[in-house]
Design a binder for this molecule. Sequence first.
Ligand code: GDP
Length: 445
Amino acid sequence: DMFESLSDRLSGILDSLTRRGALSDADVTAALREVRRALIEADVSLDVVRSFTDKVKNRAVGHEVVKSVTPGQMVVKIVHDQLVEMLGAEGEPIDLNAPAPVAIMMVGLQGSGKTTTSGKIALRLTKRDKRKVLMASLDTRRPAAQEQLKVLGEQTGIDTLPIIAGQSPTQIAKRAESAARLGGYDVVILDTAGRTHIDEPLMVEMAEIKAIANPHEILLVADSLTGQDAVNLAKSFDERVGITGLVLTRMDGDGRGGAALSMRAVTGKPVKLIGTGEKADALEEFHPARIADRILGMGDIVSLVEKASEAIDAEQAAKMAKKFKKGEFDLDDLSEQLQQMEKLGGMSGMLGMLPGIGKMKKQLEAANLDDSVIKRQRAIISSMTKKERRAPKLLNASRKKRIAAGSGTEVQDVNKLLKMHRQMADMMKAMGKKKGGMMGALGGM
Ligand code: GDP
């Protein structure tokens, strides 16, 4: 990943705070500087960034920090939730609720993926929704455009309007409507011409086509890599032509999807679909939460926070933190921690969700803490007496033998566990002294 993730940055700023409780104005202001940078890097336009961060600020100041996560993680979660809210509803379908033939007009700049997307939508409506679809290219500017759609139709088995040379876009639109009506088509998709940039003739042409074709849907197709232009683009098309939805293409690329937020914010129109490749079936529903993750570039921190607040008893985590600070960490504590890890989807699941934890990860891997190992280790601990769990020093050779037999393991497994416990106890002690940070990051581990 070429971007430093937002959660890593916020960890740096906020996770050294020892104070818990509500987020203060100062915490949030510091965090929002990084949020702003992350959004700009994700290509969200500046106006939108500003209104977004204002909203987050209102929401975050005074917000309680769930005890088992860090303030940084909490802010990321709030930012994420606000993003999801602004990105809008989950995959709104194309609306076909009108008398047949329902016209869908595709608009956008040249190269945005209009023709490809027309084909994808046609295929989806045919295959999945069992509609009879006709496609027509109204692009009389680019010599090969009508031919391109015809070939696409042949490849996907979708009918296209026969090409008649010399017709204007509005003439083609009229012909498409009557052909669709006479041919008993449910849907007619009108693929219009683009330009390399927005200009007056393009807008005039789109308005004329709209007046003739009376489309039920007007979908603006835009490249998800569109940066600061996204707002202008969406605004112009929406004000001059009036769009009903957005389709973002090239979401398979490594753009961060900021255009989705910008365009949604200025038009208020839903992102209906996303293009995820060149193939005819590379079309997907829009999931705001996924785009939000992508914009933030943040591993799966949100589900970590959610899981942590569900799975971990905050009081217990606090009690544990106190013990660590004092350097008390017995085998009962270890057993409890292992149980928490299991709840969080095992060590591997948990580490997968945590960004910026490279150092710790190595230590834990060295301790060989994979998921089946966790179960075995808990079995070993439960074969010990209460006294032994409190004071592992008591464990001499004969006790170890008894415990190994009782837990169906070998003495060397018992030794490994004890060694891990010692290492963790040392680590906990060191972390306990180090102002909270890492411990919070591990959800009270
Ligand atoms: P138009 O000028 O707007 O009609 O754009 P086209 O439909 O001709 O698409 C331009 C290029 O973008 C073509 O090479 C397409 O294969 C490609 N393309 C369109 N949508 C996507 C997408 O979602 N992902 C990828 N990777 N390529 C796409």
